[in-house]
Design a protein around this ligand. Structure first.
Ligand SMILES: *[C@@H]1O[C@H](CO)[C@@H](O)[C@H](O)[C@H]1NC(C)=O
Ligand SMILES: *[C@@H]1O[C@H](CO)[C@@H](O)[C@H](O)[C@H]1NC(C)=O
Ligand SMILES: *[C@@H]1O[C@H](CO)[C@@H](O)[C@H](O)[C@H]1NC(C)=O
Ligand SMILES: *[C@@H]1O[C@H](CO)[C@@H](O)[C@H](O)[C@H]1NC(C)=O
Ligand SMILES: *[C@@H]1O[C@H](CO)[C@@H](O)[C@H](O)[C@H]1NC(C)=O
Ligand SMILES: *[C@@H]1O[C@H](CO)[C@@H](O)[C@H](O)[C@H]1NC(C)=O
Ligand SMILES: *[C@@H]1O[C@H](CO)[C@@H](O)[C@H](O)[C@H]1NC(C)=O
Ligand SMILES: *[C@@H]1O[C@H](CO)[C@@H](O)[C@H](O)[C@H]1NC(C)=O
Ligand SMILES: *[C@@H]1O[C@H](CO)[C@@H](O)[C@H](O)[C@H]1NC(C)=O
Ligand SMILES: *[C@@H]1O[C@H](CO)[C@@H](O)[C@H](O)[C@H]1NC(C)=O
Length: 516
């Protein structure tokens, strides 16, 4: 089994560094109107990063200042609303979304909805239980910035009963070595649990204790084990994932050299592959001769054999371990080990297959269209095609292939004004364009590079100038509706004679009528 799933072990001996760096990233207080400094970090309002939605102030008391406002979005099935945030291309980011409903929709129970990162479905946001307990909910993931911006989107699904909302959104740049056994070009990580074991307090360990403000929840004594003092002098700089030093200051252990069992993470898992990192360090105050060596099994499958826990510390990682339902981790002392098992910290993430991306050239062409028109639909942000259920209003896309393409545009009756940019000719997979009954003006651009275009509807707009004769070059074109515009000049002869073309040009200022 362990030959299939890659395992790493690190034994560490690097000197300790203890300087607190400021977080690198963007902390967004959704719905806020002013900046705030919280816990030494600057939070900023969200209006620069989002289009649409309504900022709202909660009427309930909150535990953190950034929970006091939310941005709320219309409950429109499969329409997404995206935050688009500038990032360093190639940077690896901890992305955290926070939700605290606070009764903002006037209903007792919070809405359940979806969240996405770029073209990838991240998870369902279900804050029902947390909210009933008076808590906010957070979701954390690790994703690679594949471009100069990253998007996080909220969308309504069939189970969404009132307007979705968001309280806070954070992007924190992670060090190169963090979680680096994962190929972030193909996968993302979605946090399931991160615990500091043996910490019987209630406070989450976070920045500045954790240099990236990851949340380490305390997990005290689950009855079968007991809480022990750990190691206050572990040098964490040698751990690739840079866990906070404080994680090693407490541990769960057995009293004697006996078996230890943990049901962890404390939730039922859906069948998937998981990234698991477990952290261990011996207490240096104990006599160094006595060894602490044990085997680790997960649901009866050997995870690591003869783990020798020294006071320098050790981490055991699995980048892709299949799990389903409840998870039992068993620690069995090796024969001759004087001490029983011990554990200080653990992280477990679901491995997400990235959903892919729409071809960048198509995305840029659509952005040019947004920039040269007014009234494009509010969901025209983030990836145009992905996730599948959440493609932009009026956009349909190709089914497969390494890069998803835009195959049709239908913005009929949308109240669009402005002009069509020449860049629309770069959407070369288009077979249909429906832009009828808008207020578009300016010239009709050159569409002749759209070799697959069959239908072009520009009727009932304010287009002016001549009908481009280059339209005659599009072999596949079978329907061309130009009626009720402000077009002038003659109808190009190779359009009037084009076999099988359904051409409509009435209601313009053309100098002669089509022959047929
Ligand atoms: C959300 O969570 C609650 C409480 O766990 C559960 O009853 C409900 O079915 C969940 N809703 C959805 C849509 O998953
Ligand atoms: C992860 O980072 C560490 C420390 O920089 C490096 O030694 C190691 O080779 C990296 N591993 C991978 C798989 O890139
Ligand atoms: C919490 O753990 C510490 C050791 O880390 C121990 O001294 C203390 O008694 C524990 N407190 C409780 C309430 O269990
Ligand atoms: C902490 O470890 C360093 C070497 O890693 C050592 O020089 C120092 O004495 C240790 N401090 C304590 C309090 O154990
Ligand atoms: C465990 O590691 C320590 C320190 O590296 C070493 O002295 C000891 O022999 C090891 N014990 C076993 C059983 O491998
Ligand atoms: C669209 O306009 C925005 C704001 O002016 C600009 O930053 C962006 O680069 C433009 N997009 C394209 C594809 O030209
Ligand atoms: C385009 O959108 C309009 C308005 O939503 C709709 O009536 C029409 O059927 C759509 N056309 C196509 C080809 O999907
Ligand atoms: C044209 O679009 C507008 C919305 O912009 C709509 O109110 C109107 O009914 C549409 N006209 C027709 C004939 O569909
Ligand atoms: C249509 O006319 C234009 C300009 O006269 C010409 O460039 C183009 O090759 C013609 N196309 C066809 C299919 O005849
Ligand atoms: C039609 O185009 C002419 C110039 O060709 C312009 O003067 C006029 O304002 C346009 N009318 C409309 C309704 O756009």
């Amino acid at each position: 089994m362990s030959s299939i799933f890659l395992l790493f072990v690190f034994i560490l001996s690097l000197p300790s560094v203890s300087s607190t760096q400021p977080l690198r990233g963007t902390l967004i207080d959704c719905g806020a109107v002013v900046d705030s400094i919280i816990n030494g970090n600057k939070w900023i309002p969200d209006d620069k990063y989002i289009w649409g939605g309504t900022p709202k102030i909660l009427m309930t008391a909150v535990t953190e200042p950034y929970l006091s406002t939310v941005r709320s979005f219309p409950n429109n099935l499969h329409q997404k609303f995206c935050y688009v945030v500038p990032v360093f291309r190639g940077g690896k980011y901890m992305v955290r979304t926070t939700y605290f409903y606070g009764g903002v929709n006037g209903r007792d129970s919070p809405p359940v909805f979806d969240q996405m990162v770029d073209g990838t479905f991240w998870s369902v946001v279900n804050t029902t239980d947390d909210y009933a307990s008076g808590w906010s909910s957070y979701y954390e993931g690790v994703f690679l910035a594949q471009g100069k911006t990253m998007s996080v989107c909220i969308g309504s699904n069939t189970y969404t009963e009132s307007d979705p909302f968001i309280s806070a959104l954070e992007f924190v740049l992670l060090g190169d070595s963090l979680y680096n056994s994962t190929d972030f070009g193909k996968y993302g990580l979605s946090l399931v649990a991160r615990h500091s074991f043996g910490d019987n307090g209630t406070d989450i360990l976070r920045y500045p204790g954790d240099p990236f403000d990851r949340f380490w929840e305390p997990l005290g004594d689950p009855a079968t084990t007991h809480t022990v003092a750990g190691n206050k002098n572990v040098s964490v700089s040698g751990f690739w994932n840079l866990p906070p030093q404080k994680v090693f200051e407490t541990a769960l252990a057995t009293r004697q050299a006996e078996r230890m069992e943990l049901i962890w993470p404390p939730v039922l898992l859906t069948f998937s592959r998981y990234y698991i990192a477990l952290y261990f360090a011996e207490n240096p105050d104990l006599s160094p001769e006595a060894s602490r060596v044990f085997d680790v099994d997960i649901n009866g499958v050997a995870y690591y054999k003869n783990l020798n826990v020294t006071s320098e510390g050790v981490a055991v990682l699995a980048k892709s371990w299949p799990l389903d339902g409840a998870t039992k981790i068993t620690f069995n002392p090796a024969a001759g080990s004087i001490r029983g098992p011990l554990i200080n910290g653990g992280e477990i993430f679901k491995v997400l297959d990235l959903g892919g991306r729409t071809l960048t050239r198509d995305v840029i062409a659509l952005e040019k269209l947004i920039n040269s028109t007014q009234n494009t639909p509010p969901d025209w942000k983030g990836d145009p095609c992905l996730p599948r259920q959440y493609s932009w209003t009026g956009v349909t896309c190709s089914d497969g292939g390494p890069r998803i393409r835009v195959v049709s545009l239908n913005l009929t009756n949308m109240g669009l004004s402005g002009s069509l940019p020449p860049d629309i000719s770069r959407l070369t997979a288009l077979t249909g364009i429906w832009l009828g009954n808008n207020s578009l003006s300016g010239l009709i651009p050159d569409f002749s590079s759209l070799k697959r275009l069959e239908t072009l509807h520009l009727e009932d707009n304010h287009f002016s100038g001549e009908i481009p004769s280059s339209l005659g070059n599009i072999q596949s074109l079978s329907e061309l509706f130009l009626q009720n515009n402000n077009l002038t000049g003659q109808i190009p002869s190779n359009l009037t004679t084009k076999p099988g073309l359904n051409l409509k040009t009435s209601g313009n200022h053309l100098s002669s009528l089509p022959l047929s």
